[in-house]
Design a protein around this ligand. Structure first.
Ligand code: SAM
Length: 218
């Protein structure tokens, strides 16, 4: 069976996953990411978790289609609640709102274990997620942006360090994107134009917008 190609968004998530680790993909839906990572021998095995039976069943059908049932376990699961600490090294939570991703981390009793890698791709409210991370001892190790289907996305690699790192309000919107990188610049331009619309009714955003524009020359 010929393997599919991941879109730019899921490919960026895949690029952040360490080799030879065990993956947990939370909110897996179609299970494309675990199927792709296991098929390409990047991870040894994977847990594909979803809170809803419908997506999990379509994921299961795809896992069987690619003959990967021995390496990918499908699990009905709310966030990381039914995942044990020793079951995953790298955890992907992609395609959900930033608030939900923060809640999934907050509800997980072992999330603050050193050495775990979290690959997070918020669809919305990125600033809520980054604020949660920095108020709870997590740090962004690296962050990138991409365009997929004419939409802008960012993916961050996060670890728990337990350190208290002071960041300002604009950081919650920009994170650790490399401001010289073309995809990051395009993402930040998109964020600035989104914030400019919001600032019509929320003047508190104006100094944040100016700071981002100054830092990123957008
Ligand atoms: C938009 S899809 C994203 C699928 C895939 N991760 C991606 O990025 O392409 C979101 C998926 O998350 C699942 N989901 C929502 N809340 C969840 C939760 N608390 N725990 C696990 N899965 C959840 C939904 O059922 C859905 O299949």
């Amino acid at each position: 069976m010929r393997l599919f190609t991941l879109d730019n968004r899921l490919r960026l998530c895949a690029d952040f996953v360490r080799r030879d680790t065990t993956l947990a993909d939370i909110g897996t839906d179609h299970a494309y990411l675990p199927i792709w990572l296991v098929s390409n021998a990047i991870v040894k095995k994977a847990l594909a978790c979803d809170i809803n039976e419908g997506p999990l069943n379509s994921g299961k059908a795809d896992v069987e289609k690619y003959n990967l049932s021995k390496k990918i376990t499908l699990r009905l699961c709310d966030g990381l609640k039914n995942v044990k600490e020793n079951e995953a090294d790298d955890i992907v939570i992609a395609g959900m709102g930033g608030e939900l991703i923060a809640k999934i981390l907050d509800d997980c009793s072992w999330a603050k274990t050193q050495g775990k890698h979290y690959i997070l791709q918020p669809m919305t409210k990125c600033e809520v997620l980054i604020r949660y991370l920095y108020e709870n001892g997590f740090e962004i190790i690296k962050q990138k942006a991409c365009v997929s289907d004419n939409k802008h996305y960012t993916v961050m690699l996060v670890q728990y360090t337990g350190k208290s790192v002071c960041v300002d309000e604009s950081f919650y919107f920009t994170g650790k994107l490399d401001k010289k990188d073309a995809s990051s610049k395009a993402y930040l331009e998109h964020i600035v134009s989104h914030l400019e619309k919001r600032s019509i009714s929320d003047k508190a955003l104006l100094p944040i917008i100016e700071k981002i524009k100054g830092e990123c020359k957008v």
